[in-house]
Design a protein around this ligand. Structure first.
Ligand code: ATP
Length: 886
């Protein structure tokens, strides 16, 4: 199976067609041989009661008697090359364990193993386990050891994989602190690595000094978990009786030719489900990765044996990858004092080329036939002292939720090379590597409530911890292929798997040579081993899941032999891996702030970037505030100046109006004063005051022509209002002998009056012009968008006022012009009157001279009468002209 998650297209079980035997070489066998466990053990095993009512004892094929039959003792024909230390003898003592009833969870004290349990371990499960282990620990060969031997568990008759609590298809919900962490139960397989019950229990305190070295060795082995999963290859009843699969003792045995019995950390029977596999193989490792260790889980096995099924699973039974993803986020939820950044990459090694599955374009329909798949950019492997071996350039996606992470992986799955093989209609033709990089650091440095040691380990200096979880679904080995393409693929696959096998085989030897750095091992012979180098070299916790398929009883001939050979090879590979790989995985050092930017963790870089952006934002905000304040002040100033301008304009208008009014008043006063002068000078109190009198000297007593006031008004004006300038004029001889103003004085006065009027009109015109000029920009300004705050009504009123003012001024100017015309007419009338008077005076003077020469008396009388007559005529004329004027 090879497509994403196999959730959409679950496949049916299918039979092997092993008609063609394997052609390529098998991985090298380990050197030492041993036969373990004894058949007696297997016999005992078969008699053990199951914990699950109704389930078969072996839990494997439903017919335990057919598998491990007490009446048909199994005698392995050949010992398998597993060392004694690795696969210790099963406990002696017959069926003492078989008779043990399932223990009560409360019967024993908790956690007597002496190791701190995982913080996420279920108290219930833990208690259950410990309650079983405690009495058995007392019966172990090494009573000093506080650690619990796997034999104890075995004797207890409790095998996790057969636990009734986890039936097929169970899907554990998101793990929580209170959830079962029974995975650790399954890790215990080897009595020599007695701490295996706490596989990956890296924080356990060391034992006594003399035990330390041995303890380290055990710990390194404990960091490697090897499990075998047997897939159903048909109805369980039809399974070959030559095979023994015992989940509780974690054993797989073959009683046929070249057979043997193998023991691992976990053996999953065909009835085991994916949840159980995850719990035992990967759960704890995933947790350790979250704590800062590198972890690698890979599935190894022949094509069609269930590697992809175990890693990806189905909707009903999610595999290691989705369950790990769920656990990762559960851990994050449960660790509020730390912040995390997850990035995921997904690559495949196909025909010794690395492809970035996240950079590739999957087909729209999901499954993409091999020949239609586009190849992404080839990825190269590089080595860095700090990062180890890594692929580049590789797309990494930052993910924030399980759904997002699973979607990214599913997208990559769609791009995987998948095709039909002899044993698998949708066989993965590539090694697929999902890498989840976990970066974490304390949210607030120095505020962890944990112990000092924990704080130190947890990086309380605020640095970033980086760890990687690699989840690898290897391509299945295929011994025979029909098409050339399949053969090419198969050759590459087999070569890389063989390299992997041979490296693992040589690891033990190298480990014996102290301080061997493993640099001479052929890691570079394949991309797969090169990529796995850091893990195989011991920098990572490792969990290897080997999948095998046990043939049916009816199987025979070449297919049967092929299948047996493949299964045995896988079992041997698993055994070697368990024996040889030493992991000295250490929690990654926290990257200290301020490290080389290029090598800094993304979380650190992001944090730095966020801090930088925050600083920029703050600076920008401050600048914005200052700018806004400045802008506001500017606007205020503009507003203010506009208001001032408007006030000034209004003020100047008011001033103008006042000036005009004052000028008009002054004019009026002057005019009235002149009138008063005239009435006084015409002799208001004289008997002739009731008439317009001509002065005795013949001068016309004139009213001031600067007024249009009615004559009677003038006559009743008070003399007290005479102004000083006119008094001066009188005193300076501007007036005639009869006190009347001389004609020339009146003309001068009128001219002065005229000059005043002209100046006044000029002033008015100038003001009018100014008012027009200032009203235009103001109107434009009022209409500008900037001034939209002024309401339309105000604007109309303002415009109306200006119009009114202008009209008033225009009217005033017109009236003044009319008055000016009147004055001019008056002046010309007075001038003509003055001329006539002069003429009359001359005539009168001449006639009086003549009459004085003839008869002085009679002549004087007649001249007087003619003079009076002439004067009367003249006065009449002047009166007429006056009437014309007024
Ligand atoms: N434990 C199991 N229970 C039920 N079905 C299984 C189990 N293991 C495998 N299968 C089924 O067997 C078929 C082949 O499995 P899968 O594709 O996982 O094999 P594989 O090892 O990945 O093969 P390849 O190496 O060719 O990709 C699938 O249809 C899968 O559903």
């Amino acid at each position: 199976m090879a497509t994403a998650m196999t959730t959409t297209m679950p496949r049916q079980s299918r039979s092997f067609n092993a008609s063609k035997p394997p052609t390529s070489a098998l991985p090298a066998l380990p050197t030492s041989l041993n036969t373990k466990p004894s058949i007696n053990t297997l016999r005992r095993t078969s008699l053990l009661p199951t914990n699950s009512p109704g389930r078969s004892l072996s839990g494997s094929f439903g017919r335990p008697s057919s598998i491990i039959s007490p009446t048909s003792p199994i005698e392995p024909k050949r010992a398998v090359s597993i060392s004694t230390s690795s696969f210790p003898q099963p406990p002696k003592g017959g069926n003492r364990v078989a008779s043990l009833p399932p223990p009560s969870p409360s019967a024993f004290p908790k956690n007597t193993s002496g190791f701190p349990s995982s913080p996420l371990a279920s108290p219930t499960r833990k208690s259950n386990r410990d309650s079983i282990l405690t009495p058995m620990a007392a019966s172990t060969k090494n009573p000093l050891s506080s650690r619990v031997s796997r034999d104890s568990m075995r004797d207890s008759g409790v095998g996790f994989l057969n636990s009734p609590s986890a039936g097929p298809g169970d899907f554990p919900s998101s793990p929580t602190r209170s959830r079962s962490s029974s995975a650790q139960d399954s890790y215990s397989t080897d009595p020599t690595t007695v701490d295996m019950s706490g596989g990956f229990d890296l924080d356990a305190p060391r034992g006594r000094t003399e035990e330390r070295d041995g303890g380290d060795e055990k710990e390194m082995k404990g960091n490697v978990i090897v499990s075998v999963r047997v897939r159903p290859d048909g109805p369980e009843e039809q399974m070959s009786q030559e095979w023994v699969v015992d989940g509780r003792y974690s054993q797989v045995g073959y009683r046929g030719k070249d057979g043997g019995t193998f023991e691992y950390d976990n053996v999953f029977t065909p009835s085991s489900n994916n949840a159980q596999v995850y719990e035992s193989c990967a759960k704890r490792l995933v947790r350790r990765v979250m704590e800062g260790y590198h972890g690698t889980v890979f599935a190894y096995g022949m094509t069609g044996t269930g590697k992809t099924f175990s890693m990806q699973g189905t909707t009903a039974s999610p595999g290691v990858i989705p369950l790990a993803v769920t656990d990762i986020f559960s851990y994050i939820r449960e660790t509020p004092h730390r912040e995390f950044l997850l990035r995921v990459s997904y690559l495949e090694i196909y025909n010794e080329r690395i492809h970035d599955l996240l950079a590739s374009q999957p087909g729209a329909t999901g499954f993409v036939p091999l020949d239609q798949q586009t190849k992404g950019e080839e990825i190269k492997l590089r080595e860095d002292p700090k990062r180890g071996v890594y692929a580049t350039p590789l797309k990494e996606e930052i993910v924030q939720s399980p759904t997002q992470l699973l979607k990214v992986i599913a997208r990559g799955d769609l791009c995987r090379k998948v095709s039909s093989t002899q044993f698998n209609s949708r066989s993965s033709r590539s090694h697929a590597v999902v890498q989840i990089v976990v970066e974490s650091r304390d949210r607030v440095a120095g505020q962890n409530s944990g112990s000092l040691a924990e704080n130190r380990r947890g990086g309380m200096n605020g640095g970033v911890r980086v760890s990687t979880l690699s989840l690898i679904d290897l391509a299945g080995s295929e011994r025979a292929a029909e098409s050339k393409e399949r053969r090419t693929e198969g050759a590459h696959i087999n070569k890389s798997l063989l390299t992997l096998g041979s490296i693992i085989a040589r690891l033990a030897k190298d480990a014996e040579k102290a301080k061997d750095d493993g640099s001479h091992l052929p890691y570079r012979d394949s991309k797969l081993t090169r990529l796995l180098q850091p893990a195989l070299a011991g920098n990572s916790l490792i969990s290897i899941l080997c999948t095998v398929s046990v043939p049916l009883a009816t199987a025979s001939g070449a297919a049967h032999l092929t299948n047996i050979g493949e299964t045995m090879n896988t079992l041997k590979f698993a055994a070697r891996a368990k024996n040889n790989i030493r992991s000295h995985a250490k929690k990654g050092d926290d990257a200290i702030n301020g490290a080389d930017p290029a090598s800094r963790a993304l979380l650190e870089r992001y944090r730095a970037e966020i801090a930088e952006l925050r600083r920029e934002l703050e600076a920008q905000r401050k600048k914005d505030e200052v700018d806004t304040a400045r802008e506001f002040a500017k606007e205020l100033a503009i507003e203010h100046s506009l208001m001032e301008e408007r006030d000034q304009e209004r003020h100047s208008e008011q001033l103008l109006e006042m000036q005009l009014a004052r000028t008009a008043l002054k004019e009026r006063i002057e005019h009235l004063n002149r009138l008063i002068i005239c009435s006084k000078s015409s002799g208001v109190n004289s008997p002739r005051s009731s008439m317009i009198a001509l002065p005795a000297g013949g001068h016309l007593s004139m009213l001031s022509m600067r007024s249009s006031a009615p004559l009677n008004m003038v006559r009743h004006s008070s003399s007290s209002s005479l102004n000083t300038s006119e008094q001066d004029e009188m005193e300076n001889g501007e007036f005639g002998e009869d006190g009347n103003a001389t004609m020339s004085a009146q003309i001068r006065s009128l001219q002065a009056d005229l000059g005043d009027k002209n100046r006044y009109i000029a002033t008015l015109e100038r003001r009018l012009l100014q008012a027009r000029r200032s009203s235009q920009p103001r109107t434009a300004f009022d209409r500008s968008p900037h001034r939209m705050t002024v309401s339309g009504g105000e604007q109309v009123v303002a415009e109306g006022r200006v119009e009114l003012l202008l009209k008033e001024k225009d009217d005033e100017i017109a009236e003044l012009r009319a008055r000016l015309d009147d004055k001019e007419r008056m002046v010309s009338a007075l001038r003509s009157a003055a001329r006539k008077r002069d003429v009359a005076d001359v005539v009168v003077r001449r006639s009086s001279c003549i009459s004085e020469e003839g008869s002085p008396v009679g002549k004087r009388g007649s001249s007087r009468s003619s003079k009076g007559l002439l004067l009367g005529t003249m006065e009449e004329e002047v009166g007429e002209e006056r009437e014309d004027l007024f």
